[in-house]
Design a protein around this ligand. Sequence first.
Ligand code: PLP
Length: 374
Amino acid sequence: MQFRDLKAQYLALKHEIDAGIAAVIDSSAFILGKPVTELENKLAEYVGRKHCIGCGNGTDALQLALMIWGIGPGDAIFTSDFTYFASAGTSSILGATPVLVDIDLETFNISPAALENQIKRVIDEGKLTPKVILPVDLFGLPADYDRILPIAEKYGLKVLEDGAQGFGGNIRGKKTCSFGDISTTSFFPAKPLGCYGDGGAVFTDDDEVDARLRSLRAQGKSPVDKYDNREIGMNSRLDTLQAAILLPKFKAFVDYELDAVNKVAIWYTERLKEKYVTPVVPDGFYSSWAQYTVLLEDKETRDAMQKRLKGKGIPSMVYYPRGLHQQEAYKWMNLPDEWYPNTIEATKRVLSLPMHPYMSEEMVDLVVSTMLGA
Ligand SMILES: *Cc1c(COP(=O)(O)O)cnc(C)c1O
């Protein structure tokens, strides 16, 4: 069994994907060719934003957004302690300080209450200037924007939505990648909408930000003269071949893959909820199921379960085995474990099960019977 079956998806879409790749090669328009613009327009329309700017990957997308606001030394960027490293690392690269915030154990997303406490703490301490809240739509579930956006408003902070895992989710119909002043996503192969290499995108409604992002992804070039550089930028464009691969994959994603992963999630939850803590999708929320993650009793039970699944040829993953405050790179910040009780609990008890749109009910049954046969 595959954890995320990219091959099954390719076989379903092989004809369109192969034709798209061949057309790019035939056109020789390898850099920012037509498929990039076509994809940007479709994605912007889908998430309900004015602009989508393709770039090299989801990490660069976050960095580009922070560069737009001139984020640097002395600035505090508030993000989740329980996420992929890039959510915080991009702030550090620019010399800013990520302020790590505990999560809600039910949703695995940033805790609005802990967020406000950390903002107050940073203000009281007076060393850093609060600038940005960077919520992550973890495992496909949108963060709690009903509570986060008012906090941003109250303290005058920008919101940068890290939608790398959240593309396709929504809250009462409003889609992920539309909640931040700027929002980003990743097309890393295993993400809800993945390509065949690296890729990412930035979303905004602001025309000026759009123009600057298009410049910043190409060395800060002027829109009229590409050898006149206006500011220091990156080389981070979405590859035309990847855009051509994403076009048919995006169509399948919207037409049936999102429904399919939600059906798989229901199969799992119906069968597992008596015995395990299954993922919570709050009322009005819709997940794109980047991961289906259950909580087991404790670390020993979790590790034993992973071993048992492996014995039956079933892959599972621990996302994530440590909080960002426990990463070697952030040891110097000396953040006390007491600030992160839910992250620490999650790192010991989480287990992500195979999840993808091409999973059959029989496959779910095999995972479930292995888990219940204890
Ligand atoms: C994958 C991921 C990223 C980075 O995306 P890349 O395309 O791998 O650079 C950022 N944030 C989160 C939450 C992610 O899961």
